[in-house]
Unconditional design. Structure first.
Length: 247
């Protein structure tokens, strides 16, 4: 673990070009080991917190061994989406990798996660665990925040995995029609109220859709977005994200 911490601290200024190729061998983005595949060596990949036990609808991590139960929130307030595919928990060291990718624009930390995500989707499809959507819909970002950050991470993730999965990205299907407060410091109820009426769907809408985002926290964004898509005609809606917060 100390080896991983050392690698994360140094890599932002060291050997960028050698770690950017995630579909080949090369250096691990976390510890700089030369035994990497998809940008991570096997020990560092083993440190990623797998979302093994979770709600079967929203993928909220559970404290007991089950992936067939619904969490309390999904039982009381069923969302408009049908299922979620979120392979990791938003915990160390994955939270640091996503943070560097999302807030510092260091995409080399996001690329290994996207490559592994696409591989996991392919495996789940072959196992019959998920059905492939017709399109991927990135969660839209406020225009001002996108200019500040330089990119929409949801769109970047969707376009990266789409190239592997051979599923088109519908960037223009949904747009934000008003600005909202930052969601980071709001609780679930405040996030839902903050997002009410913020998304506009531009038809026609495919029947099978996967909403793509980086991290699902309270689930407010995907709930509001999936409701808008359901009202516009979507029949099966999945949520795809890299990580889910523990709650």
């Amino acid at each position: 673990m100390n080896q991983m911490i050392k690698g994360l601290n140094w890599l932002s200024t060291f050997m960028d070009k050698k770690v950017n190729s995630i579909r080949h061998g090369g250096l691990c983005v976390a510890c700089l080991s030369s035994q990497a595949f998809n940008g991570l060596c096997q020990p560092c990949r083993g440190d990623l917190p797998v979302n093994r036990w979770h709600c079967r609808c929203c993928a909220l991590p559970l404290a007991f061994p089950s992936s067939e139960l619904l969490c309390g929130d999904c039982m009381k307030h069923p969302p408009a989406f049908d299922s979620s595919f979120i392979p990791w928990r938003y915990q160390y060291p994955l939270d640091g990798m996503i943070g560097r990718y999302k807030y510092r624009g260091q995409r080399k930390f996001g690329r290994p996660l996207m490559a592994d995500f696409a591989d996991l989707v392919q495996k789940a499809r072959l196992d019959g665990a998920i059905a492939m959507p017709e399109v991927l819909v990135p969660a839209p970002m406020d225009a001002r925040r996108r200019r500040q950050r330089g990119f929409n991470q949801a769109q970047d993730i969707a376009e990266t995995i789409a190239s592997t999965l051979d599923v088109p990205v519908a960037n223009g299907l949904v747009r934000r029609v008003r600005r909202v407060r930052s969601q980071r410091e709001l609780n679930r109820e405040a996030r839902l109220a903050n997002l009410r009426g913020v998304f506009e769907v531009i038809p026609p809408v495919p029947e099978r859709i996967a909403i793509v985002d980086d991290v699902v926290t309270t689930g407010a964004t995907v709930r509001v977005l999936s409701s808008a898509l359901r009202e516009a005609g979507a029949r099966n809606i999945q949520v795809w994200a890299l990580a889910r917060t523990p709650g």
